[in-house]
Ligand binder design. Structure first.
Ligand code: NAD
Ligand code: MG
Length: 387
């Protein structure tokens, strides 16, 4: 029996992971499931799968969780400390699917035990890539990518010599605003930004896809995870989301990874790696798809992509600043306090302000430095907004 924990079990990735596990329940022993405010879902899943512990991130929801789990034998816990304790519980495979930099600390804790960490939480790699990879290396742990593009690149590299890779191309659907003018983007509403043309995901990543901040994070994620140089990594807009990534080799060959836009593919690949197992995902009918369209991305209408280039060039703490400023700006957009394009303006302002005040460059970092930079970036977004 494989022991499994899922951080962010109540979210879109967490639920897709449980869907795969549900199909072969006898093979898995669920150790910990964690969630946020959706106590009913968390308790329901924890009881169904017989988890040892269920953790809500919110301290003030502990009594609700206890009540929902009463008589089930599942232990209830709450708060950031309980999340770390859950990460300390021994497991063979841990899904990191909390949204945002909040996923960093539990992921780091889990790696200390030499586990396999299936990483959907791209923000932790963007924020503190060297810490995560360093911890995995020193504890004999493994990080497997779950982001669809990164799983595709990972699969494209199997059996290959990385030194023979010339470039890596990750695709972007282009989101709901692919054809919009700058003027239209200025007035884009929360409701419009919350509709994704090809993927069904959590609200925050859906809006990040509309602004291309998601692809910006993924560029940095590609650099951090695989160690390619920024000029080897490209974005290609591909409406339809059939091709997830391409790996180009020095002989000019381009190997593409195709699949239906269903995250259970990348999750299932990480769950069964290094084997491939039958997965309940639709098979692509390319005759029906007919045409695969590609376009160059537009860094003027989608400034997040330009900012990601700067962050990749700077390295060090700039990823933590970029991600935290983006999260804070997204909070303001969701609260209807700033416009759609203001998000990138705030992120650019904070990156500039903070590179003037401290050196963001360099690869040596500690968790404290990262958390401080994260906090300062968020504070600066909110302060700049209320000025
Ligand atoms: P979601 O919003 O659907 O779920 C997020 C989960 O994190 C929920 O369980 C929520 O309760 C929990 N959570 C939220 N804030 C928290 C906090 N402060 N502390 C602890 N837990 C908290 O998000 P999602 O779409 O499932 O995405 C999860 C992660 O996977 C993100 O990093 C996202 O970028 C990445 N990802 C998602 C998709 C997708 O298809 N949804 C694809 C690729 C990568
Ligand atoms: Mg992705």
């Amino acid at each position: 029996m494989r022991r499994i924990s899922i951080f962010g079990a109540t979210g879109s990735i967490g639920q897709s992971t449980l869907d795969l596990i549900r199909r072969d329940k006898e093979s898995y022993d669920i150790v910990a499931l964690t969630g946020g405010g959706n106590i009913d879902q968390l308790a329901k899943d924890a009881i169904e799968f017989g988890a040892d512990v269920a953790v809500t991130a919110y301290e003030n929801r502990l009594s609700d969780l206890r009540a929902a789990l009463a008589g089930s034998g599942v232990h209830a816990a709450a708060g950031p400390h309980a999340l770390l304790e859950a990460a300390d519980r021994e497991a063979d495979w841990i899904m990191s699917a909390i949204v945002g930099a909040a996923g960093l600390a539990p992921g780091l804790h889990a790696l200390r035990h030499g586990t396999t960490l299936a990483l959907a939480n791209k923000e932790s790699l963007v924020t503190a890539g060297p810490l995560l990879l360093g911890s995995a290396q020193s504890h004999g742990a493994r990080i497997l990518p779950v982001d669809s593009e990164h799983s595709a690149v990972f699969q494209g590299l199997v059996g290959e010599d990385k030194s023979e890779v010339e470039r890596v191309i990750i695709t972007a659907s282009g989101g709901p605003f692919r054809d919009w003018s700058l003027e239209q983007l200025e007035g884009a509403t929360l409701e419009q930004a919350s509709q994704h043309p090809s993927w069904d995901m959590g609200q925050r990543i859906t809006i990040d896809s509309a602004s291309m901040f998601n692809k910006a994070l993924e560029l940095i994620e590609t650099k951090e995870y695989f160690g390619f140089t920024p000029d080897q990594i490209e974005v290609l807009v591909h409406p339809g989301s059939y091709v997830h990534a391409l790996v180009g080799f020095k002989d000019g060959a381009l190997m593409a990874h195709l699949g239906a836009p269903d995250m259970r593919h990348a999750i299932g690949y990480a769950l069964h790696w290094p084997e491939r197992r039958d997965l309940p995902v639709a098979r692509l009918d390319l005759a029906k798809v007919g045409t695969l369209r590609f376009e160059a991305p537009d860094q003027v209408r989608f400034p997040a992509l330009r900012l990601a280039q700067e962050v990749m060039a700077t390295g060090g703490l700039s990823g933590a600043v970029f991600n935290a400023a983006k999260e804070a700006a997204l909070d303001l957009f969701i609260a209807n306090k700033i416009g759609f394009l203001d998000m990138a303006r705030h992120v650019e302002r904070v990156l500039t302000e903070m590179s003037d005040s401290v050196s963001l460059a360099g690869r040596s970092m500690t968790l404290d430095m990262v958390l401080e930079a994260d906090k300062e970036a968020r504070d600066r977004v909110f302060a700049g907004h209320s000025n």
